[in-house]
Design a protein around this ligand. Sequence first.
Ligand code: SF4
Length: 286
Amino acid sequence: MIRPADPDHRPPADVVAFPLRSSDGALAHVSPSSIRDYLQCSLRFYFKRVLGLPEPGSVSLHLGKAVHAGIQAYWIARWRGGDASTEAVLASYQTAFAAHEQEASVSFAEEERETTLAKGESLLRAYCESEHAQTEAKPIGVEVKLQDDFPELPSPLLGYVDLVLSAADGPVVCDFKTVAATPNVELEAFLHEGQLCAYQLLIEEATGQPVSARELVFLVKTKTPKVIVHRLPPADEAARERFWSMAQAMVDGVYHERWHPQPGMHCGWCPYRGPCARWRGGNDVA
Ligand code: SF4
């Protein structure tokens, strides 16, 4: 027999859905790194970009940032007619290395600081002597911040492009990667396709010119450092649509605050395994 409804004696109802608040600030803009973070693990995105839980620095990140500063100094000098000598590049690198030490929580093991510093110096020497650095092409943007509205997204797309070189048939987008071992360039191109596509879209919007090529420049931290340039054609229509679909999936997930663990190899270097293990659903972390 079905009992008549008795509002005074029914058990407490479970709220299964209600309008959720959009995560403040997390959608102020959309960047290739925020898309990658969300699609790789939405819960990690929540810890990092919504809760702002601190991420301890690592020695390789520290080195990568300082090497980046050295490359940036080289190309700014080439762009504006400054000192592009290897000595000037190394001086910028050493300054950045020391500055990051002040602001980041990286801890070096005994003698690790000196070996890390020296590794970065030999990487930059190798880069300054490389064909890529010696190109006649003129830079038209170095560490350039680009932000624009696109009809495909409700938030502006934002990107920081390491280097844009001029070429007769259109700008060339360059992105530098500091890596530990000789990379599988096909795999790297696949992994970074979204980032390169976003940069291409932003540069084309800013310059009104179609991008002619995209380059991943690997600085390999092997005993004898190597510079490997992997040149890719511009993203075609299918790649652009794929990028927008990935970006829209991220925006939709963040807007509706959909976070959940996505365990995989990346958990090995995730700093949030503790809060992840305590997560009970939604925004609830014990
Ligand atoms: S430990 Fe793995 S599943 Fe958990 S938040 Fe980190 S990346 Fe995601």
